[in-house]
Design a protein around this ligand. Structure first.
Ligand code: ANZ
Ligand code: ZN
Length: 877
């Protein structure tokens, strides 16, 4: 009698703890550079330690983890690190609210979130972890900054900020709500203060060209970056100003419209505007007004067009006519020259402006080949439509000697003429602005500069770095503790020894997230990075949110080039592949308050009724049984109260189920709708697989597989196994099609459920199928795979170090095929034939198929059409 092995049900908690203990004890995911395998650096955007993981984190890190584990199973030396983007405004707000120092709050959050990440079982090399708020991290950023300052890449200039006149403080853009300070409610003003910048514009062309080398980045991200860099080619043209003033330079991308200029617009901060305002109180008052309102670009774009005549006259450089100079609120001082040649006949903004202030509008461009009568005539209500059409050709009119030229001819003719006369030149402008890196906040990396009345801004010498941020502080919400604390601020000048003061601004937190990718490669290095960086860099995969497509990813690429130019890294780009995961969305529920506003109710408190297709048709609040309104599916957010706490899901179903659902419910780039019914389905699947393995294992060790001894059914299961292996390998490796990979393993499990062959060869093919399922799922559900592998009779081992299953082509050969039998194109039955069956045999089997035979009774077959491997169609009459 054989002993029946003790069976136990799938217990996620036990399985997960045991696998994690094994990984920790064996330091399974600690990696070094001494490997003969190719390296693979799998990077995720590092989390802000806000307090608890949200589903977006879980999805992000699960995607990276699946890729990392898969890469290791396919023979790579894989680095997957993790850290904390630990500086930032929320810590200051929390500190004011909870009366704790930002440092304390941040460190406590990191502790908690780290334990949450660990519970999810990510294959992270935790020895490389850091928080960007630690001096061991930011000292390198400070040292780098002093180098950049000496090289002239970092510089200081006055720049506009949002100023809250009541709180007497600078506000971040997100603290300005409808033009008012978030705390005081006061109308926000623009104010100029000295700030630090990095000359990213020096790298504009390289950042643009580099995009062409990033084949592994989504087109959409590259397009956003191209637009953000905003390269435009144009002319700078000189307009003299009557009355002995300095000439005005304008930047235009449309010199072909020069003869249509009827006025010149300048920015409110333009020197000529300030000069004119000195003797014009009305204009001075208008310039003051322009300073009101936020500084965000969105705000500037949507503002109503406003302006005022300066009274000055500019001289048209070709016609010599005099045109008025206006101040216009949509002209930016920071772009081009801060002055625009206004062509209201062909530019939308100039057109609106001229219409509002009754300035002349002149047509100087016409369609070369009008398609109808209407297009022959310039009509201020129509031209915008056809003018915007980039596929049409235009020619100059009302432009004296330039009449008849097209855009390129006019551009060249004018460029040549102005360059010859010294009245202008070709110019390339970028929309990209230098990166303002200073913030007037406390919880950030101190900017390592000392202001000396004698020596100016002096970089802090290396031997005085890091400039430590005091962590034991109280915040009143108004003044940064750095600005408030004279003992921190006052310090001797490193150059002359005289009394001086530290810079009290701190860095933009995008600084820390611009180089963390490199620091992970060189833990403990005394410099920013050491030569290990060139082993790991560039990252082979970078996974994160699309919301970082522009700023973070631009700074990240820029900073890498700064490190390259400082000879810290060899590569030009920090990451060769980018995967931007979609949002996590969920159903929303609410009740109407008496005032008509909505009270959002968390899905965890709601019980839903579904129709037979699984759609939600009704919902009640669990606590009172009364109905709640269904608000539709939205991005998980605090404001809609539809977040699902990953921790509660892990507690309830286990990490593997949460991981499996995150990967199954949608491909990584698409939005993922969280729904608990789906999560339950995943849990059932894992349980079933467990039971299948257990029943199989209960029969004792499976015999060795003897391929030659298999019957048709056994061969069919084996074929299914290898087809699954081939599909999953392809899905993981080429497409990031994790959802379809999971579906394929589910199908294999279904095939196993139908396969009840307990013979020796039957048990051998079942063993092979179960082992394949376990290994194929391992990147996604590593804990249960770890346990199942042992259940299938193996010693405890690190599955990542086993080779990923390889499909055996011989097992996939079908020796029989199923053909559809049609009569006159209609399906009447199927036949099973040998893959190499001759045509006449197929034909006679088809005729003999019982149902087909019934339809053929009494008719003659005129023709047989055979689609090999698929269809045999009998054409009968
Ligand atoms: C005349 C003109 C005629 C223009 C026309 C456009 C269309 P991009 O492509 O973004 O470089 N411009 C120049 N400097 C500006 C500033 N500081 N603030 C606001 N607008 C400014 O745009 C270049 C065009 O934007 C320039 O070409 C200029 O208007 C305007 F039918 O000159 B154009
Ligand atoms: Zn000095």
């Amino acid at each position: 009698m054989s002993a029946v092995p003790e069976t136990h049900a799938y217990d996620p908690k036990q399985v997960e703890t045991s696998a994690q203990q094994f990984w920790n004890a064996s330091k399974a995911f600690e990696v070094s550079e001494t490997s003969d395998k190719p390296k693979y650096y799998c990077l995720s955007m590092l989390p802000y330690p806000s307090g608890a993981l949200h589903m977006g984190h879980v999805r992000n890190y699960t995607i990276s983890d699946v890729i990392a584990r898969y890469k290791r199973m396919t023979g790579h030396n894989v680095l997957q690190p993790m850290g904390w983007d630990a500086f930032g405004l929320p810590a200051e707000n929390a500190a004011i609210k909870n009366r704790t120092a930002p440092a304390q709050w941040t460190y406590a959050n990191i502790e908690h979130m780290r334990s949450q990440l660990k519970a999810l079982g990510y294959a992270i090399d935790w020895t490389r972890e850091f928080a960007t708020c630690s001096p061991e991290y930011y000292v390198h950023e400070q040292r780098m900054f002093t180098r950049l300052l000496r090289k002239g890449i970092a510089y200081r200039k006055a720049s506009v900020v949002n100023w809250d006149p009541v709180d007497q403080t600078v506000l971040a853009n997100e603290q300005v709500i409808d033009g008012r300070g978030w705390r005081s409610g006061a109308l926000v003003e623009k104010r100029e203060i000295p700030q630090w910048f990095l000359r990213i514009t020096d790298y504009a062309q390289e950042l643009l060209d580099g995009l062409d080398t990033l084949q592994g980045w989504p087109e959409s991200v590259k397009t956003m970056q191209r637009n953000w860099i905003g390269r435009s080619e144009g002319l700078e043209i000189q307009f003299n100003v009557e009355g002995g003033h300095e000439p005005l330079m304008v930047f235009t991308t449309r010199p072909d419209t020069l003869m249509g200029v009827t006025f010149v617009s300048i920015a409110g901060e333009h020197p000529l505007a300030l000069k004119a305002a000195a003797s014009n109180p009305e204009l001075a008052a208008f310039l003051e007004q322009l300073k009101l309102g936020g500084v965000s670009e969105a705000e500037l774009e949507t503002q109503e067009k406003r302006g005022m005549d300066t009274g000055l006259k500019a001289v048209h450089p070709i016609s010599g006519e005099s045109v008025p100079v206006w101040v216009a609120n949509f002209v930016l001082m920071g772009y081009g020259t801060g002055a625009v040649m206004a062509v209201p006949g062909h530019d939308q903004r100039d057109f609106e402006f001229a219409t509002k202030y009754a300035l002349p509008i002149v047509q100087v461009i016409q369609l070369k080949e009008p398609r109808n009568e209407a297009e022959r005539h310039y009509d201020s209500s129509q031209w915008q439509d056809w003018y915007a059409d980039k596929t049409r050709e235009f020619e100059l009119i009302n432009s004296a000697e330039f009449d008849g030229l097209d855009f390129h001819e006019a551009f060249e003719a004018l460029a040549e003429r102005f360059e010859r006369k010294g009245q202008g030149q070709r110019r390339v402008n970028y929309r990209l602005r230098d990166w303002g890196v200073s913030r007037q906040r406390y919880w950030g990396c101190p900017i390592p500069v000392i202001h000396c009345p004698q020596c100016g801004a002096v970089p802090v010498p290396d031997d005085q770095l890091p400039v430590l941020l005091p962590e034991n502080v109280t915040l009143d919400g108004l003044k940064s503790p750095l600005k408030a604390d004279p003992t921190w601020r006052v310090t001797p000048c490193p150059e002359c020894g005289g009394a001086a003061e530290r810079e009290t601004d701190t860095f933009d937190t995008f600084m820390e997230s611009s180089w963390y990718v490199a620091r992970y490669t060189s833990p403990g290095a005394a410099t920013m990075v050491d030569k290990r960086a060139n082993y790991w860099m560039p990252a082979d995969m970078y996974v994160g949110g699309i919301e970082h497509a522009i700023l973070h990813l631009m700074y990240f690429r820029f900073y890498h080039k700064l490190m390259r130019d400082a000879r810290l890294v060899d590569s030009d780009e920090p990451a060769t592949n980018l995967l931007t995961q979609g949002m996590v969305i969920a159903e929303t529920y609410y009740r109407l308050n008496a005032d008509g506003s909505r009270e959002w109710i968390n899905p965890a408190q709601v019980q839903v009724q579904r129709d037979e297709r699984g759609r939600i048709v009704g919902a009640v609040l669990a606590s009172d049984g009364q109905p709640v309104q269904i608000g539709g599916v939205e991005k998980m957010s605090k404001s809609k109260n539809n977040g699902v706490d990953p921790q509660s899901m892990v507690d309830k179903f286990g990490a593997d189920t949460v991981r499996l659902f995150s990967m199954f419910a949608a491909p990584p780039e698409q939005s993922l709708e969280w729904n608990e019914a789906g999560v339950e389905g995943m849990s059932r699947f894992l349980r079933r697989l467990w039971t299948q393995a257990q029943r199989h294992a209960a029969g004792g060790a499976a015999p060795a597989l003897d391929v030659a001894a298999l019957n048709t059914e056994q061969k069919a299961l084996r074929r299914k196994t290898h087809e699954t292996i081939a599909k999953v390998g392809d899905d993981y490796g080429k497409r990031h099609g994790f959802n379809t990979a999971i579906a394929a393993v589910m199908e294999l499990s279904n095939a196993l459920a139908r396969f009840d062959d307990l013979s020796e060869p039957g048990r051998a093919v079942r063993q092979e199928a179960l082992e394949a399922a376990v290994l194929l799922l391992n990147p996604i559900t590593p804990h249960s795979s770890h346990a199942l592998w042992q259940l299938l009779g193996h010693a405890q081992t690190l599955l990542e170090d086993l080779p990923f299953p390889q499909a055996d082509p011989a097992a996939m050969v079908r020796d029989s095929v199923t053909l559809a039998v049609q009569v006159n194109g209609k399906l009447r039955g199927t036949i099973e034939v040998a893959a190499d069956a001759p045509r006449d045999l197929i034909e006679s089997l088809a005729r003999a198929e019982p149902n087909t035979a019934r339809f053929l009774a009494g008719s003659t077959i005129r023709k047989v059409i055979l689609v090999p491997g698929k269809i045999v169609n009998l054409v009968a009459a």
